[in-house]
Design a binder for this molecule. Structure first.
Ligand code: ADP
Ligand code: MG
Ligand code: MG
Length: 970
């Protein structure tokens, strides 16, 4: 995707200050540097150090040792292939691949990612040997093109393009038309007979080079890009509205004015020697790997700093030479819906990033056939050829020069979750890929989108009828979002940190500097840009609701409001006002609009939509059936209520892996007796309260067993510290005093009595059941009585009683014996038996280390990785937000260990417990029930260590099923 923004867009609009600007005394050109920015800067330094030490990390790849540049284009095979992404970056590898399969690619060469590592290791100097290789490659390009770099009468111009292993759209920098100076420009104008094109190219080059290499940036977020300001004046002076209408003279003047501005602002002369220009550009691209934007993007996407970027130097082709020239961006299928249709945009007489930067509104690709029929036909053929070759949806960039088509980039296209599922399933139907490949393709997390709400049709219809439909834009990110308007990304971020969840970021356009704020918002919309703009792309990647190109909006950032031109006149929307955006239809609605569940939810959970009328559901179901056939791990749900249990079954649960009984006590009629039980001073009073709880608990379990229809149900005995159940407000305390016949003072004293200095590590888990055995006894009784009741209804039942927080075998022995004797008593009373198991959670490090002993008693283990992570790190899950950002920016934690399992530490304990447990009992059943059970990377780990099942919250089940299938297919 061409890099929108980077302060390059050419119209007059406020630009965010680039993060890489220098700053003094905590201010950056007058703007306060947020703590986060400071953290980012420090992180960059740390990474500098790390990189400085890393050497030869990209070695051992397919490339030749010592070879620093790889040629592509022209006749003959390219030096590289698509397999060489690590060495050549994605862009370089695919340029080579496209050249190899005979597509028209302008010649050029790729400087490897290893050189990037060398560059950082050398204190940001290019290796000496590179120069000769670059000169040789340029000579080769000159032969293919028939022009000479720096030749005043026939100059070769090149682009210098970044390209890392993983695509990082717009994160790093690209420079076009390099090689121009006053002499070569004049020569080229003479040779081409097209001065307008030459000076258009020249002014673009000076602006890009000024920005990327010489550091010309807007001074603060409300400011305009300095080159845009000059350009805008020029347009006004010439009485034109779009830059393509500027005459050659005006463009030539711009070149001089841009250079003068650079000299004035950064005090540097614009380099005229093409090789000096080239060296500056290559260095700048390497340096852009470490800019704050790129650092942040890498962190969000778990891309290690050590990878480095490649640099591509490529002969220019020109889409800005006139009416038979164009430039464009396409997807071989619709990246939002996944529909198998050619999808894209182009601009006639334009260059580079004009399409995404929204200089002019781009045209739909379907109309290219009317303008440039020959090139369009070729593009359609290439679309087919690429999909057949890559067997994947491709995102392509092309330029047409005087009717001739050139391919400038291809890569696997980013897509929404909807599109991901649709493309994978349909490519199987089209026999392009296998089912296994389809399973590998879909990002498990993306399945979330299929479960996301849409607007309530009635609410939306009503809103429209009330005249609240404000505008229509392009639907770039599906889903429905309703929230408060915020205009600046940094402010969205700050509000989100304060807990504001419902934010809609509204901007003229977005740029890579905005990604943090975009991440913090429910959705975003822009006035400018098409389906391939930065906002659209980020939305697809982050799975956010998004509308772009909504040109009825105009922004007044200073007044913090936007004006919307509607059919009924002008509407002003202010910061903090509510709006709703429909990312399916592209519609913006004033005020709040209620949302409703998705197709999948309606078919599966609400059962008010027939599967045959739900195409999204059908594709989801197909993919899930393939996943179920492929996976080895079983999946269970964490659920405590019958409705949750039913939802779990609908989402594919094969059992309940964790029923937290404490949740049940907060239900109606239960918290009273529970509190009585807790404040009781004698066993007798406690038993009396427990007797009241018994029938209520029994009904809870019966409901769960019925909903699970014979699937195993793991019930955990009471786990949290008792004080959590007590009232903490005066009225609650008074009520409890009344109910127990105690004085308010007595109740308060009891509450104070139960207060612990560190409840998380206190009187909780099996410690409760050991100090108050009657609690475990009541719970066990409720479980077995319910099981026998439900079995009596003709339904199979299989309870698994799980003892929490065990750290020594003896704890489990005592609790297991109690459970078993209670079972015997109930079976004797009822004259009936049910099968059951008694096991334990492994969530205390000591339990993992003594798992061989514990397994003598336990019939199953379930890894409670929330507590296990907490205790392994000595960091409570609830307090992790305090350190997380700082730790991640310093690369101390790559990811939140409570979200994705820490393989090295917590994982090692799990592995040890698996081995020790199975050494004692080879058939020991093993599962996981922490939050990690619904995280794709953790599921993969569970598969690797040989667990029998993962258990997660119901709505994460589709993710777990797919992740389990992917793990099995690895
Ligand atoms: P990004 O990685 O941000 O997408 P690119 O390196 O792809 O940046 O460059 C952005 C755009 O610049 C390309 O899509 C293309 O339109 C234009 N461009 C790059 N190199 C050339 C070239 N050699 N000839 C013509 N246009 C080019
Ligand atoms: Mg590109
Ligand atoms: Mg626990």
């Amino acid at each position: 995707m061409p890099s929108l923004a980077k302060n390059k867009s050419k119209s007059l609009k406020p630009k965010k200050v680039a993060l890489k600007n220098g700053h003094k005394n905590g201010t950056k050109n007058g703007i306060r540097v947020s703590a986060k920015t400071a953290v980012l800067k420090k992180a960059a330094k740390v990474i500098d150090k790390v990189i400085g030490k890393a050497t030869g990390k990209a070695a051992g790849q397919l490339g030749k040792p010592g070879k620093r540049t790889y040629f592509f284009g022209g006749s003959g095979k390219a030096d590289g292939t698509k397999e060489m992404k690590n060495l050549l970056g994605g862009k370089g590898a695919n340029l080579a691949e496209m050249a190899n399969i005979g597509l028209p690619v302008p010649p050029g060469f790729t400087i490897t990612t290893e050189v990037c590592t060398e560059f950082y290791a050398n204190g940001k100097k290019l290796p000496k040997a590179l120069d000769a290789e670059v000169r040789a490659a340029i000579t080769k390009m000159e032969k293919v093109v028939g022009a000479k770099f720096g030749d005043p009468s026939n100059p070769l111009l090149v682009s210098v393009r970044s390209g890392a292993r993983a695509s990082m759209p717009g994160m790093m920098d690209t420079i076009l038309n390099l090689g121009l100076n006053d002499k070569t420009a004049e020569g080229l104008a003479k040779k081409s007979g097209n001065a307008r094109f030459v000076y258009d190219s020249y002014r673009r080059f000076v602006a890009m080079y000024g920005d990327v290499v010489l550091g010309m940036k807007p001074e603060n977020k409300e400011d305009h890009d300095p080159f845009d300001v000059i350009l805008e004046h020029k347009k006004q002076a010439c009485g034109v509205t779009v830059d393509s209408e500027l005459p050659a003279d005006a463009l030539k003047e711009l070149v001089a004015e841009f250079k003068a501005e650079i000299k004035a602002k950064v005090g540097r002369d614009f380099p005229t020697d093409p090789y000096a220009q080239l060296e500056g550009a290559i260095k700048a691209v390497f340096q852009s790997w470490q800019n704050d934007r790129a650092n942040l993007y890498r962190r969000l996407n778990n891309i290690p700093a050590e990878w480095g970027t490649a640099v591509n130097v490529q002969a220019m082709v020109f889409g800005n030479k006139g009416a038979d020239c164009a430039t464009g961006v396409c997807f071989t299928r619709d990246p939002a819906s996944g529909e198998n249709m050619f999808y894209g945009e182009y601009l006639v007489n334009a260059q580079g990033e004009d399409v995404v930067a929204g200089i002019r509104t781009p045209e739909k690709i379907e109309t290219l056939g009317n303008v440039l029929p020959k090139a369009y036909k070729e593009l359609l053929d290439i679309r087919k050829k690429l999909e057949k070759h890559y067997k994947e949806m491709q995102d392509i960039e092309f330029t047409i020069e005087n009717g001739k088509l050139y391919m400038l980039q291809c890569r696997n296209g980013k897509r929404t979750g909807f599109a991901g599922v649709r493309i994978a399933v349909e490519m199987v139907d089209e026999k392009l890929i296998s089912k296994e490949e389809a399973l590998r393709r879909v990002e498990p997390e993306a399945l979330n989108q299929l479960l996301r709400p849409v607007f309530l049709p009635a609410a939306k219809t009503a809103a429209v009828a009330e005249g609240r439909l404000l505008a229509k834009g392009l639907p770039a990110g599906p889903g429905a979002a309703t929230g408060k308007v915020v205009f600046f990304a940094d402010e969205a971020e700050a509000l989100a940190e304060k807990g504001e969840k419902n934010l809609i970021l509204c901007r003229h356009e977005t740029s890579p500097e905005d990604i943090r704020g975009m991440n913090a918002s429910l959705g975003f919309m822009t006035a400018f840009g098409g389906m391939t703009s930065h906002a659209a792309l980020v939305a697809r990647q982050m799975g956010k609701v998004c509308i772009v190109g909504c040109d009825a909006l105009s922004f007044d950032y200073h007044a913090r409001q936007m004006k919307v031109q509607t059919a009924n006149g002008e509407v002003i929307v202010k910061e903090g006002d509510w709006i709703s955006i429909d990312g399916f239809a592209g519609e913006v609605i004033n005020g709040r609009v209620d949302t409703t569940p998705s197709e999948v939810i309606r078919v599966l959970i609400e059962k008010n939509l027939d599967a045959k009328d739900a195409p999204v559901y059908q594709r989801y179901a197909k993919l899930m059936s393939w996943a179920d056939a492929a996976r080895k791990l079983r999946v269970r749900a964490n659920a405590d209520q019958p409705d949750q249990a039913e939802a779990s079954v609908a989402f594919g649960a094969e059992g309940i892996g964790l029923c937290r009984t404490e949740h049940m006590f907060f239900g109606e009629g239960k918290i009273g007796p529970m509190r009585e039980m807790i404040v009781a001073e004698t066993e007798e009073i406690r038993r009396a309260a427990l007797d009241k709880l018994l029938p209520l608990q029994r009904e809870d379990f019966a409901g769960l067993f019925r909903a699970m229809k014979g699937r195993p149900v793991t019930v955990r005995t009471l786990d949290p510290p008792l004080h959590e159940f007590l009232p903490h407000d005066e009225s609650g305390i008074a009520e409890l005093a009344r109910d127990t016949g105690k004085s308010v003072e007595q109740v308060k004293a009891r509450i104070a009595d139960l207060k612990e200095s560190n409840p998380m590590l206190g009187h909780r888990g099996c410690r409760l059941g050991i100090t108050y055995p009657e609690i475990t006894e009541m719970q066990a009784r409720a479980i077995f009585e319910a099981a026998i009741d439900v079995a009596g209804e003709g339904q199979p039942v299989f309870p698994e009683i799980m003892i929490p927080l065990v750290g020594t075998k003896k704890e489990l022995d005592l609790q297991a014996a109690l459970v078993r004797s209670t079972a015997d008593a109930v079976f004797a009373e009822r004259g009936k038996k049910v099968g059951y198991m008694v096991g334990t959670m492994i969530e205390v490090p000591r339990a993992a280390m003594t798992a061989d002993k514990i397994a003598e008693t336990a019939e199953f283990f379930s890894f409670g990785t929330n507590d296990l992570t907490q205790m392994t790190y000595g960091l409570s899950r609830d307090d992790v937000p305090r350190v997380l950002a700082a730790y991640q920016s310093r690369d101390i934690y790559q990811v939140d260990p409570f979200v994705s399992i820490d393989r090295d530490g917590v994982g090692a304990l799990v592995k040890m417990a698996v081995e020790k447990g199975r050494a004692t009992k080879p058939k020991l059943k093993l599962g996981i029930c922490g939050e990690h059970g619904g995280d794709a990377a953790s599921v993969e780990f569970c598969h690797e260590v040989g667990l029998d099942y993962v258990s997660c919250s119901p709505y994460r089940l589709p993710i777990a099923r797919l992740a389990a299938a992917q793990a099995a297919l690895k």
